[in-house]
Design a protein around this ligand. Structure first.
Ligand code: NAD
Ligand code: ZN
Length: 257
């Protein structure tokens, strides 16, 4: 897929910025995985579970405490979709940058599947590939088979419920991951922002961290939004066409060589 020729001048400006930036990291949202077939948060989805329930109620502590079985069934339905998709050209273009850190709000496994080493991915909102114990004082984790996720069950260690290892509305981000991401953003020369509405905080605040140090922001998103408002360059198109064109020939790094 080739990028829209009208975007050539913006692409050239973005490539100039990258060429002058010793430290670059990516910050992605649901739009990165949209072309793999995973719905973004905002996309209308015809599937019954999305239309019958409010995702913000299901992806919350209150929702889980009110009806844990329903929440697990909903996540298992999402997991069945995750099992059926593959990385797209945007994930692959990011994976080819083997020295770049991927900060992502996505809870899917498509960056890993594209070949990004796990230690180079900061999953700010957790990861659907794992369940964890709902009891904060128990650190039991289990890998989940996306094809055959299991129904509501209890922790083998403490007896509380197991739940997806993702961050729900009203919950804090995984502390260590957040600290690492914020520290990294304070040292970057450029942040590549891909497919996020930049409305979910504190994650979206990373863009402000980068702006505060006068570093550059390049946004790839077909739609304008909070991130493109503060961007040096907004590449207004889909990530799977634009990222390969943007990154071709670069070997970007996130930390000093
Ligand atoms: P969002 O749905 O709020 O925003 C998605 C953004 O992607 C929009 O700005 C949209 O214009 C853009 N977009 C759509 N198609 C695109 C494409 N082909 N290329 C580039 N951009 C495209 O998503 P968000 O900002 O990530 O925030 C929603 C929250 O929901 C996140 O915290 C995330 O954890 C969660 N979520 C994750 C997944 C996933 O893991 N795949 C999917 C849905 C929601
Ligand atoms: Zn437990």
């Amino acid at each position: 897929m080739n990028p829209d020729p009208a975007l050539e001048p913006a692409l050239a400006r973005a490539r100039d910025i990258l060429a002058q930036s010793p430290r670059v990291a990516a910050f992605s949202g649901a739009g990165l995985s949209a072309e793999s077939g995973l719905a973004t948060f905002r996309d209308p989805d015809t599937d019954a579970l999305w239309s019958r329930f409010d995702p913000t109620e299901l992806a919350s502590l209150e929702g889980f405490e009110a009806n844990p079985g329903r929440v697990i069934d909903w996540y298992n339905w999402r997991r069945s979709k995750y099992a059926a998709v593959a990385p797209n050209a945007a994930h692959r273009a990011l994976a080819a940058q083997t020295r770049m850190i991927q900060i992502t709000q996505n809870v899917d496994h498509l960056l890993e599947q594209a070949g990004v080493a796990a230690e180079r991915i900061y999953h700010l909102h957790g990861n659907m590939l794992y369940d964890r114990c709902h009891n904060r004082n128990c650190d039991h984790h289990e890998r989940v088979d996306l094809d055959k996720p299991r129904q509501l069950r209890n922790c083998p260690r403490c007896g509380d419920y197991l739940r997806p290892a993702v961050v729900w509305f009203g919950e804090s981000l995984p502390r260590e991951t957040w600290v690492q991401a914020e520290r990294l953003c304070r040292e970057l020369d450029c942040l590549l922002v891909i497919g996020t509405s930049a409305t979910v905080y504190p994650a979206a605040g990373l863009i402000d961290v980068v702006r505060q140090r006068q570093s550059r922001v390049i946004v790839i998103d077909p739609n304008p939004g909070a991130a493109s408002d503060v961007a040096d360059v907004h590449l207004a198109g889909p990530a799977a066409a634009l990222l390969p064109a943007l990154l071709e020939g670069f070997d970007l790094a996130s930390t000093a060589r």
